[in-house]
Design a protein around this ligand. Structure first.
Ligand code: PLP
Length: 286
């Protein structure tokens, strides 16, 4: 017997396509699936990339993005949205306009500006358009570099991050989660994530891992937050559960190519982990 549509929690990702599956809509859908949420995906850009880096991208025209979005929304409004790479400035504005019409549903925004290997993933002027989108956003999840670009000043420590996060709340975001802030506790380096909800700060700290480069962590984190929000949990609970989920995805990362490893939404729950690695090139015709 099929589940009735009313009882099925649906999360929608609106983001770029990374054909290597490490980030973008593929990583988002894997995250939703792992968390028991039915995922639907609107592609905004086709990137040409592998685990080593990005060779190029073709940002879809806004009509193509809105066409996908409208078709899905005519059928069913999802319980939560995750927005990632948008590519074109006019796409940012068009998506923001539609999200404003569904303001009772939570929106998680990962303000993707660049790939982890440094290539731009939004056209010039996109940053300002993303800022204008903040009033429709429930949680925005910049890393330290994205925060610096969004607030216009360099952030170094937790105190700077708190001030910058407050600026984003003043611009309309209901909550801000900043990840990967390096700080010191005694002689040890720590990595802190700072969450600001309304006027309350929450700081999550753990050991700093040097040269930790895992592709797709921002995508997994933001889609996990959207998945938990889709089940009706509040922002603080959703962020806390999504952080744990993402840490497990990083700890159990997989390495499908020559570049850095990918966060694995399946985490330590791989059913038959050896299958990934025991694969031997099949002979032709087999
Ligand atoms: N979204 C897409 C479509 C991407 O291609 C990338 C990076 O290449 C990202 C998001 C950001 O990925 P990361 O979390 O590794 O910075």
């Amino acid at each position: 017997m099929s589940t009735s549509p009313e009882r099925l929690a649906i999360a929608m990702t609106i983001a770029g396509h990374d054909p290597s599956g490490g980030a973008g809509i593929v990583a988002d859908l894997r995250t939703f699936e792992e968390l028991g949420i039915y995922g639907v995906a609107v592609a905004t850009s086709i990137t040409y990339q592998n685990s080593v880096g990005v060779n190029g991208r073709f940002d879809l025209f806004p009509d193509l993005v809105i066409g996908q979005l409208d078709a899905l929304l005519q059928d069913r409004v999802p319980s939560a949205f995750k927005v990632g790479m948008l590519g074109r400035t006019d796409t940012v504005a068009a998506v923001a306009k539609i999200l404003a019409e569904h303001h009772s549903r939570p929106v998680v925004l990962d303000p993707v500006l660049r790939s982890s290997s440094g290539e731009p993933l939004i056209e010039e002027g996109g940053l300002e358009a993303i800022e204008r989108m903040l009033p429709v956003v429930t949680v925005v999840t910049p890393n330290k570099d994205e925060l610096t670009e969004l607030c216009g000043f360099e952030v170094f420590d937790v105190a700077d991050v708190k001030a910058a996060a407050l600026m984003l709340v003043k611009k309309g975001a209901k909550a801000v989660l900043v990840t990967g802030v390096k700080s010191k506790k005694g002689s040890k380096a720590e990595s802190s994530d700072v969450l600001l909800v309304g006027d309350k700060y929450h700081v999550y700290s753990g050991p700093w891992v040097e040269d930790l480069s895992v592709h797709g962590t921002g995508c997994v984190l933001s889609s996990a937050i959207a998945a938990f929000l889709a089940t009706g949990r509040d922002v603080r609970t959703s962020v806390s559960m999504a952080r744990n989920f993402t840490l497990a995805a990083m700890k159990n990362s997989i390495k499908p190519g020559e570049g850095p490893p990918f966060a694995s939404p399946r985490g330590g729950r791989q059913r038959r982990p050896k299958d990934y690695y025991s694969f031997v090139t099949p002979s032709p015709g087999v």
